[in-house]
Design a protein around this ligand. Structure first.
Ligand SMILES: [Zn+2]
Ligand SMILES: [Zn+2]
Length: 134
């Protein structure tokens, strides 16, 4: 049993798995249901239109999509800007291009790290080779 502050409303609650309290879970579920119902009737709506047509804010809708809780299939206009380059995207924080580039950068950083630690080790070995106490 763990007591935690709800990430959303800040109230203390008995944390089971999510980092938000049961009231907020229910509130979010209600909002998700509202968004889905609105999108069924207006499949071509964009996020602003959904926010205007429901009691859910633009930021909340984007967060639902980023978290993967609101999955868009036939809603081509439900796009928000990529956090890195601003390209319209429909899932996650980054567009597919940036996600790919970030993965490659991460890979390069890992490679670089591996190389320097190998060099450091090489240096250590040659030093201990040169050091021969008699
Ligand atoms: Zn809460
Ligand atoms: Zn991008």
């Amino acid at each position: 049993m763990a007591i935690a502050n709800c990430r959303r409303c800040g109230r203390l609650f008995n944390r089971v798995g999510r980092d938000i309290c049961p009231d907020c879970v229910k509130d979010e579920d209600d909002k998700l249901a509202t968004i889905r119902a609105y999108l069924r009737q207006h499949p071509l709506a964009n996020i602003y239109e959904v926010a205007n047509g429901t009691d859910v804010t633009y930021e909340e809708i984007v967060e639902f999509i980023r978290d993967g809780r609101l999955v868009l299939r036939n809603n081509p206009n439900m796009v928000y800007p990529c956090e890195r380059c601003g390209t319209p995207t429909q899932a996650g924080r980054l567009c597919t291009n940036c996600a790919k580039e970030m993965a490659e950068e991460l890979e390069r950083a890992r490679e670089g790290h591996r190389k320097t630690s190998a060099e450091r080790q090489g240096g250590f070995y040659s030093r201990s080779d040169g050091f021969r106490p008699s």
